[in-house]
Design a protein around this ligand. Sequence first.
Ligand code: ADP
Ligand code: MG
Ligand code: ZN
Length: 517
Amino acid sequence: MELSPVCTEGLSTDGCIIKSDRAQRKSKVPRDVEVDIEFLYKAVPQLAKVFRIVDKIGEGTFSSVYLGEAQMRDGRKERFALKHLIPTSHPTRIAAELQCLTVAGGKENVMGASYCFRKEDHVVIVMPYMEHQAIVDIISSLTFEEVRLYIYHLLKSLKHIHQFGIIHRDIKPNNFLYNRNSKMYALVDFGLAQGTADTQIELLKVDLTRLSKVPRPVFGEKNLNSCLPASSSTKQAAIMTELVKPIKTEDPASRRYSSAIRGPLAVRSQTQKPQRTLQQGLTCNCYLTDRVCNICLSRKQQVAARAGTPGFRAPEVLTKCPNQGTAIDVWSAGVILLSLLSGRYPFFKASDDLIALTQIMTIRGSRETVQAAKSFGKAVVCSKDLPRQDLRTLCETLRGRRPSPGDEVTPLNGASKDAAHHPKTPDDTPTHRPTEGTLKQHESGVGQTLPNHPEHSGSKDASPLLDKQTSEVESSERGWDRVPDEAYNLLDRLMDLNPTTRITAAQALQHPLFKDL
Ligand code: ADP
Ligand code: MG
Ligand code: ZN
């Protein structure tokens, strides 16, 4: 792939957009996007020599992604995704993201990088553009076969990056691009990736935990940035890292942690001595009760990588287990499978880690979760016994293929399929339809109210009048009437609470569910 040094179409040779192009763009994109595009051209002027930036396709906390067109030497126009990283991203972090894309990417359903541009602290990673659909938009119409293939290809990308010793840490549908028509798949976003002990990605050998996408102080920014081209060597990176003082990460989630811990659930490291605080010599007797005393609240928090999105985080991440491996990505793949099999996205939506852990318990069982946590050195206390659920029953109920327990009046039907939902525990007498995205709170507070998801507001649900028979015919056409046991068995293995026994991506590809692939 070769780019002409100067793109002539719609661009003047000095890199400014010619008037006709501006006018053209104006009619297509909203004013704010237009402003952002102008800003990007100014921030990284070299871009204008190669690309016509036509739209913004993604905006997150740590980056904005644009669609750019380039005129190739052979006359073709090619589309690229231009990821503009927030200028406060740590240089080592950026270089590591780029290295994951260039070393592991470009094959096995993993996105590659084509170019990287930088001016001062603005970095733009250029990737081949892949058209894709958002899972939330298509989940209600996916066939079982599409779901099976989706998970297979996701696992394939995970096997590949795990072979390189890359832990992605943010596996979720938004980071796994899916083109339903062309059956293309691509894992993106290595912005939170970390290395295993034996990682082959040099820059992931640097301890990135404290650098993770956290805005760094402005001091020293200039000299740090001066050594970040795409080719930044490990040595440079290592030195740069030493230059930057570890940032005291005031993680809002950990601040909430201390107040949430008074609730029904408490997590403690078993290695922390619960009986005594060293400084004060005071005796604490809250150990293995469902409350946490002030002495314990004043303890230093255990530091462990806690990146990612709460609803997709593995139990060992949620409990801040210090030894986290590639198994955390496999758990997230399991949550995605659960979501696709039940037709609910997102499946878990939690504002903090303890709520996320409680939601896991409602599906996988509280005793099982406590037991698993114990195996990796964490004492979890849950004031309510939540039974483990049968996965087929759960998914079929949520799909409306079975009446939901205790809810004879309004069984789930196709009308609520793509609505936000949280499963009920069997002893729960529902006061709301699942479409309302709520789960009745236990008096203990376990099973928090689950928020409605604004991203669903555009979907055409909310028609409880939809004929049940029609929906059954539709869903049998999509294969949901004959989901094999293997699917639920794989789900059970992916969502193994214990990371040491959890199936690996490589093993999962050999699972009977995929025997024909
Ligand atoms: P962030 O770190 O901000 O989440 P991502 O790398 O996940 O950034 O990109 C954000 C979004 O941009 C993705 O969810 C996807 O919709 C879009 N995107 C990213 N890379 C590409 C690509 N190569 N082709 C098409 N769209 C992309
Ligand atoms: Mg992302
Ligand atoms: Zn205590």
